[in-house]
Design a binder for this molecule. Sequence first.
Ligand code: ARG
Length: 723
Amino acid sequence: MKKHILSILLAFSMLFQLRADEGMWPLTLLQKIQDPMQARGLKLSADDIYAINHASMKDAIVRLMTKQGRMFCTGEIISKEGLMLTNHHCGYGSIQELSSTTDNILKNGFWAANHEAERRANFNIGLLRKIQDVGDLVMNGISIKQDEATRSKAILAQINKTKESLVAALGEERNNYVVEIASFYNGNQYMAMFYEVYRDIRLVGVPPESVGKFGGETDNWRWPRHTCDFSMFRIYANASNKPADFTPSNKPFAPEHHLPISLSGMKTGDYAMIMGYPGRTTRYTYSEGIKYLGNKERPMRVQLRRDIMDVYEKYMKTNEGTRLMYSDRLAGIGNYWNKYNGEAHDLAKTGGLYDTRKAAELKFEQWVRENNKDTVYGDVTSLYDEVYRALNNYGLYPVYFQDGIGNSQAMISALGAKGLADALKLNAKDTAIAQGMLRNNEENFKEFDAVIEEEVLAVILKHLYEDLDPSLLPADLTAFIVKHHRNYKEAAKSLFAKSLFTNKARWAKFLAKPNAKRLESDLLYKITMGYLTKLRVDMKPIYDGISSKLERANRLFLSAQLEMLPAETAIAPDANGTMRLSYGTIKPYNARDAVFYSDFTTARGVLEKFKPSDFEFDAPDRLISLIRNKDYGQYADKDGELHTCFLSDNDITGGNSGSPVINANGALIGTAFDGNWEAISSDFAFLPEVQRTISLDVRYTLFIVDKLGGAKHLIDEMTLVYD
Ligand code: ARG
């Protein structure tokens, strides 16, 4: 009998483990995965990681946010003086902004000799202070029978109301907080996240770009990897350790917890967990959606992005000033060009993900039939079919607003002038807005190279005209292209010669004496506004219809998945920008037939890839000689080599960049910075055989800080352990 129970338990726990290993787990579900985590080797309890009433590991994890509040990466605190570690590609924007051709810290690296030498960075960080289930408040009075539009409106209103009252309840503290209400399981649950936002962040150290971005776009999303993708910042606070705007007298922030750093390294099979802020996954995408994305949406975006990148690269390769100016843009477009390219290939593959999703949908439909759930779930399949039929016709238009219009600086400026035009039409003498824009003019054109922008505009016009359904295009655009006989270069040239948005002096002159008529007759303005009007006005009913159907289908489909689940099992919700934990182990993989990948790389690989003065594979002489002399100090592995990067089977996605990789004892062993090519479509499906997280070995990080950067004082500030 006992044995029988045991075997049931065992079978059950194996089933559990199978499900549980996939997933970016919300902290509120940690108790449910404590057993499988400990089975993988964790020596701590769920309570050590996240506790409501005492300091825990989660207090060392930070959320990187733009000054406008958009989250973009993860960081971790590694000293009691608020020293924070993240990726090089996360600090990139700040580092680029602090660089110039005469003080080129992007190229040369930077190490602050003391606190005074640290430089103001352009982002904020959030510390997660509280999680509150607000499902009852948000879904109060909502019923399944309501039509989706009414329901969304009611939910949105209740979200706003709830948020307002939560913020108000913070009293004095409220100006230091951002409260976000996030939907989990596609709108089946709602949680409020309270972030205390620190606004004074300073750059402490960064390796030269040839080290921090070694391998560039060629190695991006690829293994084996040798990128030392890190940068270091410090969080500052006022005298009471609370958030404050930048002022020289602010003090380094004293955290509740900082991560100790392990110098003991890791080996295959060791426990590894990652905590951070994964942005978004869509693991339950409908089969027709997989088809649409793989065959149409992704390939189109890949081509558009590639053509823009070609323009950037052509000029960046020959001029250091241009390279500095456009490096951040290129990296941003390139990162997802690379990823979408892989996704296009994976999602379109026969016998792949489409079939898996299709099988899950058939199972769902059968379950609905057998359990008489038709009244609740009966319309899911037909809703999805309608959605993807519509997206096939209209889906690219909004996407090109982002990847096309959104990548032309001139078009973005045109969009930004809408408020001015409206104000001038109301009152021709209202110059307040124009004055404000004039003050920002220098800043707005700071990273604007007219030659590049004109060529980019030609690329964008071409893709808009040739890729999109002509009946959707604004009439001004069509007429203009036809007039230029589809010579896009000429078309862009003529726009650049006359438009207000293509020349700093011309725009400044206009702003000094603005008038609505001139603005609204600007052809670039007309074309750009025409596009926006189509999207937001003419086609609004179409897109509203698509999103409410999709929302409804997604919510119901997931609610059914939860209902279908055996009692006591848990599935992790899709990533939604809230803090998650993923547990796993250090693990190699078989990439494809006859290709086996080890789970770590060494500095030998840096020498193998090194190409002097190459755009992507150059490296500082001093690094090369340190490696040649094997001058690794305490950062060498037991095998005598300097380990550079490593693999684990953790489940992460974009937004996790910069996340700590933590060992069984709670010490930092690395920083997650990428995913691998074989699992490039992991946002759509978790494939345990091949999905790996690529992390930077913290010993390589410290080696660079100490031996290349000569910043031993930073090492002294950290808590190093041999565990
Ligand atoms: N693939 C990495 C991520 O999405 C970003 C790498 C940035 N580097 C680059 N070459 N664009 O987290």
